[in-house]
Design a protein around this ligand. Structure first.
Ligand SMILES: [Zn+2]
Length: 282
């Protein structure tokens, strides 16, 4: 989709399933199940919608999906297919690993950073996008590398250590303009160092909210995930942003929605927002 001077596209890093209860936190199943159907294991369908932004002088990838390093057991747990979905989808869009200039991580959970590394023939981690700088909030790394017992399972140790030592990283602290028209802004909430990514070009304005609003079913301020480290912060941040962009032309990009990669929204009532117009970015 043309986006001012930019071109935006959603590249799937692979479809997967997670437990519906975990995806919708305190929301009763009778409610979330109407929006998101569950399978026999109570899992709901999700995608990893990595946002690709082509600017006149950069190719920026926002988040990278879960990648190609998961074991057979891990893949079956999340009902994902083996292989490297991200790379094959990039290739089918005439892009090569070497073309990506910037990778921006909303946060460092496995389903957002996994695609940015792969295993070489010696079984060691290597960067998937050798010419890209990799951007995340410093605070996110501080938490992830700390490997506090209460955060265990959220971050993959080997991946985090890899990025903490990698020269291709550019940690940022607070609001930052990454390149002309692409900004990051800390949100906290889902993780302490979570950030949103803002795209502005010409009269177009879009927000990649990461896991603050992972799917269109989460457009209700109270519908947060059990995975959110700071529930109340997610609700507050989500309310603030959705309030600001409802009934406008600002595009919201959903990182895990299995059907919609982007939409504008309208406000239905104080805490509920709904999709106005959707955009197919595949
Ligand atoms: Zn996450």
């Amino acid at each position: 989709m043309k986006f001012g001077e930019f071109e935006v596209q959603s590249i799937s890093g692979g479809r997967f399933r997670l437990d519906g209860g975990a995806m919708f936190g305190v929301v009763p199943k009778t409610l979330w199940n109407r929006k998101s159907e569950s399978d026999e294991l109570n899992r709901v369908q999700l995608d990893t919608n990595c946002l690709l932004v082509r600017t006149p002088d950069a190719i920026v990838l926002c988040d990278t999906g879960f990648g190609s390093k998961l074991s057979e057991k891990q893949l079956s747990f999340i009902d994902a297919a083996p292989g490297n979905a991200l790379i094959s989808h990039l290739n089918s869009n005439n892009l090569d690993r070497g073309d990506v200039t910037h990778v921006i991580f909303s946060h460092l959970h496995f389903d957002h950073v996994g695609g940015a590394t792969c295993l070489n023939s010696g079984g060691e981690l290597e960067v998937t996008f050798p010419n890209a700088v990799h951007i995340f909030q410093e605070k996110e790394m501080a938490d992830a590398i700390g490997m506090a017992a209460e955060l265990e399972g959220n971050y993959y140790d080997a991946e985090i250590r890899f990025w903490s030592e990698n020269a291709k990283c550019q940690p940022v602290s607070g609001d930052s303009e990454i390149i002309n028209g692409i900004f990051v802004q800390p949100t906290g909430g889902h993780t302490a160092g979570h950030q949103l990514i803002e795209i502005k070009s010409g009269d177009q304005h879009g927000i990649f909210l990461g896991d603050i609003c992972p799917t269109s079913a989460h457009l209700n301020v109270f519908w947060t995930m059990a995975y959110d480290a700071f529930q109340l912060d997610v609700r507050r941040k989500k309310a603030e942003i959705l309030d600001a962009i409802a009934n406008s032309e600002v595009t919201l990009f959903f990182d895990h929605d299995p059907n919609f990669q982007a939409s504008t929204i309208f406000q239905k009532n104080k805490k509920t927002f709904e999709i106005k117009e959707t955009f197919d970015l595949r």
